[in-house]
Write a protein that binds this ligand. Sequence first.
Ligand code: DC
Length: 222
Amino acid sequence: MKIAIDGPGGAGKSTVSKAVAAKLGIVYVDTGALYRTVGYYVRKMNKNPKSAEEVTPLLDDITIEVKYIDGSQRVYLNGEDLGDKIRTPEMSMYASAVSAIPAVRAFLLDTQKDIARKNSVIMDGRDIGTVILPDAEVKIYLTASAECRAMRRYNELLAKGQTDVRYEDVLAEMNERDTNDSTRAVAPATAAKDAILLDNTDLTFEGTVERIIEIVKEKTEK
Ligand code: DC
């Protein structure tokens, strides 16, 4: 079973996918973490994440491993588990910048395809239905209004204890990242032709999970 979940930031892809994975007993794969890991290394080496000339040679020094421990994904960069270090707003911007570089996408392609070959998966990202799993049985493009997505992100940051965040900044960063992700030349973030569009602006978290389970049942019973 392969389920592809694509969509912009803040639509709830990762939390919703995790819950669906637990209900269906399949593996949740967070592909954004891989781009964040590359971004982290580029930041560490003080290179410009928008420059293909600066980023591409760094890929030779990187080994990325993905492991699933008690159902949760861990990503190792040259043997080190980066944990939450890749979860900052700065790393979101670095990930988005490096993800536009074709060599970075090519570098991460096999890792993603390999995981899906070996497991039943629900995989979230930006190009899962279009590039990584074009044959997925179920493809969903999960979205919500920009204001709603920014408000969710803002609340998440507050819940993590960050006090110096402003909603307006979160909204602006989110819009910048979405534009960057959806207008890049290679594998732009877009809904696959056969994806089901699910706008969860007016849905609760539980409602979104239920709707996805329904869609999976409808598709797999056919
Ligand atoms: O899902 P996320 O916010 O963790 O992703 C971080 C960035 O990585 C996102 O802005 C674009 C990029 N990305 C991508 O280009 N393709 C994917 N399949 C997943 C993420």
